[in-house]
Design a protein around this ligand. Structure first.
Ligand code: ATP
Ligand code: MG
Length: 396
């Protein structure tokens, strides 16, 4: 009998035509996540099985709880047999250190050549337990111990508890997107939610030194690092936005500062997306949260790009966003008080209903195309890996 980790895919199994892509990607993502452990993974269409050192299981499960595409994580036991007598004996052995008065057995058999039905197997093995363990009885409605039994090709599996996985799709199965990542609360949450749907993200941060500090940039790097746990790794593009921002500030009426600035950000994000083969831009905008997020503002800003802009938080209240931010341990970092490039140039009265034609007129006042290309040409790329160390690196 071998102790192992069993993974159930959940929502994946509904993707009939893509199932192989989904499962292969999940396997690769798990292998990357568990690069520091000695493990062996095998799988079929219904389950993935991870064998490794038992003392690592606790930390391996923690890591697996950060992998999208996993519905349930189970610590189970593999038996090299389908013979009921052997299964019964092993099960009694396993139950020796469990305290329970009532139980129920749930059986699944993927091997339809087995002579008994699932219900018949449960009742046969249940009777054996009743004869061999004293003071227990069956309770099918509210058992203290649920015994799961799965009979597959040549092996059977026994397990008792299931740990909830994150759900979603394996990252990478739905292509790539560029996340506009500021140091705030919203954009990391927007990134997390997009990764959940299987989209691999690259992050894009606009800095304005010396108006924004190295601390502000470090904060964004920390947030990208948090997201990299779910994304395998993250490529962070850092655009120096100072010249563009100063040029807007000097030449354009201040009530339009934010609108024009955001139009520039979108343009840059679209160009980076094109180079990186990303199909969407993602950001943390939420309807009505600030002046630049009224519907009219969104129209005026969105107008400059053709690429779809996904706003996972569009309809979320701030409190709902904060709850997710806390859950993914981003909140404490997000609230560190470092200035953002937008907040520095915030006008007293930003326009709430910007006019698109006015935006065009104002943009004529600056040579924005040259500035944009210059910023992109000189931009910095920071590669963030979620694995600090690979203990096999020294050996290889
Ligand atoms: P956040 O909490 O994510 O900073 P916010 O509520 O402060 O968002 P805005 O500052 O208007 O809202 O920004 C809206 C979105 O635009 C952000 O969620 C983010 O996706 C993007 N954004 C804003 N500033 C930057 C920046 N300096 N670099 C990259 N993206 C940015
Ligand atoms: Mg912000």
């Amino acid at each position: 009998m071998k102790k192992l980790i069993i993974i159930k895919y959940g929502e994946l199994t509904t993707k009939k035509e893509n199932i192989n892509l989904f499962i292969n990607t999940l396997k690769q993502n798990i292998s990357k996540k568990l690069i520091n452990y000695k493990i062996f993974i095998n799988y079929d269409k219904g389950r993935m099985f991870i064998k490794g050192e038992e003392e690592d299981f606790k930390t391996i499960i923690k890591e697996l709880q950060e992998v999208f595409g996993i519905h349930e994580i189970i610590i189970g036991y593999e038996l090299d047999t389908l013979e009921y007598e052997k299964i019964e004996k092993q099960l009694v052995d396993l139950l020796k250190d469990k305290v329970f008065k009532t139980f129920k057995i749930e059986t699944k058999r993927s091997n339809k050549k087995i002579n008994l039905t699932s219900v018949e197997i449960s009742s046969k093995i249940g009777s054996y337990l009743l004869k061999n363990i004293s003071n227990i009885k069956v309770d099918v409605h509210n058992p203290e111990l649920l015994i799961n039994l799965e009979l597959r090709n040549k092996e059977s599996y026994i397990y008792f508890e299931k740990i909830k996985g994150l759900g979603g799709y394996p990252v990478g199965t739905l292509g790539k997107g560029i996340l506009m990542l500021s140091g705030g609360i919203d954009s990391p949450v927007a990134g997390y939610m997009t990764i959940k749907r299987g989209v691999k993200i690259e992050a894009l941060y606009f800095e304005s030194p010396p108006h924004t500090s190295q601390e502000a940039k470090n904060k964004v790097i920390s947030l990208a690092k948090i997201l990299s746990k779910y994304n395998n790794e993250i490529k962070l593009h850092v655009i120096n936005f100072t010249e563009i921002q100063e040029s807007i500030y000097k030449n354009i009426p201040h009530e339009y500062l934010i609108t024009i600035m955001r139009r520039m950000m979108y343009r840059i994000a679209e160009i980076i997306a094109g180079h990186e083969n990303a199909k969407i831009i993602i950001n943390g905008e939420s309807i009505g949260q600030v002046a630049s997020q009224t519907l009219t503002s969104m129209v005026a800003i969105n107008e400059v790009v053709k690429i779809p802009v996904i706003r996972p938080l569009a309809c979320f209240d701030k409190l709902e966003i904060i709850n997710i931010s806390k859950r993914i341990n981003a909140y404490e970092t997000s609230i560190l008080p470092y200035e953002d490039c937008c907040t520095i140039f915030v006008p007293d009265h930003p326009v709430i209903n910007p006019n698109t034609k006015t935006c065009h007129e104002y943009e004529e006042l600056i040579l924005f195309k040259d500035l944009i290309y210059k910023a992109i040409k000189n931009h910095e790329i920071i590669k963030i890996n979620n694995q600090e160390k690979n203990k096999y690196k020294d050996i290889l």
